[in-house]
Write a protein that binds this ligand. Structure first.
Ligand code: IMP
Ligand code: MG
Length: 181
């Protein structure tokens, strides 16, 4: 049984994703010329996108990671998260680019952006591979968007269902029977 059998339809192929990273990387390189770029990724979903994207960024940059976990059941409404692993970097004077896999309700990112803002970086922007604008519940928008996707559950290229499918090289729609069984 292959992971591919659980995929209803491929949305973005490996080649398309590579081209998208090149396009976004070129834009980011232009915008961050002469700045102090720090790429920040929240583990684990955004790791694949971040590592591909950073290889298309031609200006100097550093990278850092955060691990967050949800606070009980109130999280769905508040977006408040607990920091399990904080950034190593001091944010003063840095131009922060938060790299996300998918912007869904936006609750988590809205909270995180605020939290990082309080540490006085020079600037904060958001780059997300996928955006589901229909699902948004918090006032947060991405400055760099790979693709706007319909409200369907997608996996691959870092995105998981129950910690699986992250290693698929493409982004695909998961067959509903997989998460209904
Ligand atoms: P939100 O924007 O705070 O709702 O949370 C976004 C997070 O939800 C992402 O970082 C993913 O971990 C997860 N997520 C949302 N939609 C999907 C999807 O279609 N597939 C896989 N994970 C998703
Ligand atoms: Mg996830």
């Amino acid at each position: 049984m292959s992971m591919n059998d659980d995929i209803l339809r491929v949305l973005y192929s490996e080649e398309e994703l590579e081209a998208k990273c090149a396009e976004l990387g070129a834009q980011i390189s232009k915008d961050y010329e002469g700045k102090n770029l720090l790429l920040v990724s929240v583990l684990k979903g955004a790791v694949v996108f971040m590592t591909d994207l950073m290889r298309h960024i031609t200006v100097p940059c550093s990278i850092d990671f955060m691990v967050v976990s949800s606070y009980g059941s109130g999280v769905k409404t508040s977006g408040v998260v607990k920091i399990v692993k904080d950034l190593d970097a001091d944010l003063a004077g840095k131009d922060l680019l938060i790299v996300e896999d998918i912007l869904d309700t936006g609750m988590t990112l809205h909270y995180l952006k605020q939290l990082l803002q309080d540490r006085n970086p020079n600037s904060i922007r958001i780059a997300t591979l996928l955006d589901k604008p229909e699902r948004r519940r918090a006032a947060v928008r991405a400055d760099y968007v790979g693709y706007q996707v319909p409200d369907e559950f997608v996996v691959g290229y870092g995105l998981d269902y129950d910690e699986k499918y992250r290693n698929l090289p493409y982004v695909g729609i998961l067959k509903p029977e997989v998460y209904k069984k």
